[in-house]
Design a protein. Structure first.
Length: 138
């Protein structure tokens, strides 16, 4: 699997980046435009969580394991409403969002760990309708 694209797996405190077959968007952070590569589907979910927290005036951390090109190791950034950022997606379609994944990301973002990319739940039950939906790609 050497397609040049990245995907993520979370350990207890950080995001591990691996080569895989997915489109990769980028979160640009701060005036220096620090690029943080994130798989498009995960980035769409992170965007919702980040924007909702920042809209409420909440500051928090986001952590990941750096790629070989970044020099290995771990990185953490402080996300705050006062720090500029924008989201750039490699793909042109917006994915259908997984409500359960959004909830799990929101919970961890509000914890002492801070935001990290968790594995997407394969399916979830919609409490309003009782229906089961699988994670769909836009």
């Amino acid at each position: 699997m050497n397609s040049g694209h990245l995907w993520y797996r979370v350990t207890t405190t950080c995001v591990q980046i691996f080569l895989g077959k997915a489109t990769v968007g980028t979160l640009y952070y701060g005036d220096s435009r620090l690029p943080v590569p994130v798989e498009d589907r995960a980035l769409a979910h992170l965007k919702v969580v980040i924007v909702n927290k920042l809209r409420r005036g909440e500051a928090f951390t986001f952590s990941w394991v750096k790629t070989r090109a970044e020099g290995h190791g771990r990185a953490t950034i402080w996300l705050s409403p006062q720090i500029p950022m924008h989201f750039e997606f490699d793909g042109s379609k917006s994915p259908v969002l997984n409500r359960r994944w959004l909830e799990e990301l929101s919970l961890i973002a509000s914890s002492g760990t801070g935001l990290v990319v968790l594995d997407e739940p394969a399916e979830y039950s919609d409490p309003a309708t009782g229906s089961i939906a699988t994670a769909a790609y836009g």
